[in-house]
Design a protein around this ligand. Sequence first.
Ligand code: HEM
Length: 208
Amino acid sequence: MELLDERERAPTNDLTTALLAAARDLNPPLARDAVMGVPLDLLVAGHVTVTRAIGSALVLLLGEPGRDDELHSDSGLVPAAVEEILRLESPAQGLFRTTTRPVTLGGVSLPAGARLMVHYGSANRDERVFECPADYDPRRAGLNRHLAFGKGVHFCIGAPLARLELGIALPMLFERLPGLRLADRSLAWEPIFFARGLERLDVEWDVG
Ligand code: HEM
């Protein structure tokens, strides 16, 4: 709240100032506590998802021989590998929706007001959409049909940033940590559906 007061008194060229201006332009204007929540939303939605994705990506890439070398030797493959990692290890496994009218989904009749979990992680392994869905294949056809960033009006606004971050972080890890490998294959995953990821990941590398 203090920061909001400060930016109202003396606007600057930052996110909080932009949010305050946007909130004022709405009719009715957005409440101040809602404005205050946005940076926190961005931090949670933007940080924990990407960091978890980096851990999951390492398991996927280091778990089978050659996958890391392939990325290292062909940087053009990185964007596709990022998409394939997000498809297989979707950090947002699913989120909730409420039906606004009676609807039939997958042969099931639902009344208005039903609470649903839309499971992006499951859709990303739909064998009607992806051939051999459990396989890691960054060269597969229709790679960008995955739903790791959701779909529709709530599609992830941070998707370009997340793609950029992963596309930088993964090659950089292989570059900076030669011989990077898993030190322990007994992996423990956090039992959550949002920001799916590992409790810890032990790795080792060669020190020259
Ligand atoms: C690998 C990284 C990420 C994944 C897997 C991911 C996933 C998602 C998904 C599935 C949604 C849709 C939510 C829904 O359907 O209700 C979403 C929405 C959102 N994401 Fe991301 N996200 C990632 C990174 C980021 C980053 C880096 C930011 C911002 C810095 C961000 C900010 C948001 C916000 C603000 C929304 C809400 C959009 C809305 O409701 O209109 N995300 N994200």
